[in-house]
Write a protein that binds this ligand. Sequence first.
Ligand code: ATP
Length: 160
Amino acid sequence: SNEQLVRSIEVVDVFELVETTLQSMHTAYNRKFLLTGEGPIYANTDLEQLRQLLFILLDNARKYSEKEIKTTLLENELGTKISIMDYGNGIPKKDLEHIYNRFYRVDEDRNRKTGGTGLGMAIAKDIATRISVELTIESVVGFGTTVHIFIPKDQILSNF
Ligand code: ATP
């Protein structure tokens, strides 16, 4: 659709965006979402796309874990990193490379109860490409998963 071609770049306070997104997740699901980091962090980005990306990743974090979800914002001379960490089941190594594929879900039996189509991460990857941020996943089975969104410094209106 045309909508996908429309870019609307504006100055966004990434810290505030993360904060308000966590707040609405907390309101919707009554789960504990913690935030570490300092704002404001201004970036030239697409507010709605970045918000949707955060939603997909936070939604997975709460769907596939039961404890609190920790989000960290880290700024350095290379850019800004948003890390979303859950203490869920984790994703087996063999599945990690497929996680961005459409309709791919890990361990059908385990996930049946949570529902879902397996489209979330494919959309997340598309958004990341479109707004030029880097998406990386670290996961340890039995410990949890951390997904990083890295916003390179050329998009940051920075103090560095
Ligand atoms: P939806 O289309 O509703 O997002 P989904 O959550 O199954 O459905 P994806 O977001 O694409 O789809 O995720 C694909 C699979 O990756 C999930 O089914 C799940 O097995 C695994 N997964 C994703 N995020 C996590 C996470 N934080 N912890 C554990 N497993 C995860």
